[in-house]
Design a protein around this ligand. Structure first.
Ligand SMILES: [Zn+2]
Length: 92
């Protein structure tokens, strides 16, 4: 028995791919992409004049890493002592 009013394929695709703004999943997805900034996780150490950032454990077991000088501009970055300088200050 054939269907009375079969849905058109274009209607079906529209219905399946429509990003409902009320849907929680899409809200979360777009928010997550917007709020990620690398600038917020990279810091400039005034003491040793270098850029450093916290990194995941699979990149460095120390959980932080210093970048080579001249690779990242220090403009607009937060001033924060790197863990290396902090540990030297703690010892002396
Ligand atoms: Zn430092």
């Amino acid at each position: 028995m054939p269907q009375k009013d079969p849905e058109h394929i274009i209607d079906y695709i529209n219905r399946k791919t429509y990003k409902d703004p009320k849907n929680e999943f899409w809200k979360h997805y777009s928010k997550r992409n917007k709020t990620y900034h690398v600038d917020n996780s990279v810091f400039y150490c005034v003491n040793c004049d270098s850029m450093w950032s916290k990194v995941p454990k699979y990149i460095d077991s120390l959980l932080w890493r210093i970048y080579p000088k001249g690779h990242i501009p220090s403009f607009n970055k937060k001033r924060k002592k790197c863990p290396n300088c902090r540990s030297i200050d703690g010892r002396t």
